[in-house]
Design a protein around this ligand. Structure first.
Ligand code: HEC
Length: 144
């Protein structure tokens, strides 16, 4: 159910975007509109379900797990789009890091669907490392 709504949401957004002048979001827009909020959900739920964070992990509600699954599902698509030719920066590293985000999102999706707290926590950690690695290499350092 959540997967279907996520797919519809993103298809809807893509349709809106392609109907306007800006057929393709810039990397910056994609980061702001998708990557940041989606990954924030994964970081938050990843912390809540992490068995290392104590006895409350098993109490996390289905709704919360589904929010994480939903976010991970959309992020698999967004990360695939990051690897597009028109987005890629020269050299092999951009594609590798976009691909890595894709694989981590798939892992997070699987973990959320199977209610695997350790798995989701690990995926969230790996995702955070992925953001930092790509930003260190490709994001203009403006101090923000
Ligand atoms: C494949 C490379 C790559 C990965 C992976 C990546 N980013 Fe980015 N991100 C960029 C680049 C490049 C910019 C700078 C875009 C610009 O300013 O034109 C950026 C900018 C941003 C911005 C700033 C947008 C703004 O308003 O200036 C945010 C927030 C952001 N990324 C969040 C994330 C998060 C969170 C993750 C990990 C879940 C992530 N990014 C992973 C490449 C990446």
């Amino acid at each position: 159910m959540f997967r279907k709504s996520a797919v519809l949401a993103i298809v809807g957004l893509l349709a809106i975007c392609s109907a306007t002048e800006a057929a393709v979001l810039t990397v910056k827009e994609e980061m702001k509109q998708f990557v940041e909020p989606l990954s924030n959900t994964l970081f938050a739920v990843g912390g809540e379900v992490d068995p290392a964070n104590g006895p409350d992990a098993p109490k996390v509600t289905d709704k919360r797990w589904d929010e994480a699954a939903d976010a991970a599902d959309v992020l698999t698509r967004v990360s695939a789009a990051l690897g597009d030719k028109d987005r890629a920066k020269p050299g092999p590293e951009w594609a590798a890091m976009a691909q890595q985000m894709h694989e981590i999102s798939e892992r997070a999706l699987k973990a959320a669907m199977t209610r695997d707290g350790a798995g989701l926590a690990q995926a969230a950690n790996d995702l955070s490392d992925n953001c930092s690695a790509c930003h260190a290499k490709f994001k203009p350092q403006t101090g923000d």
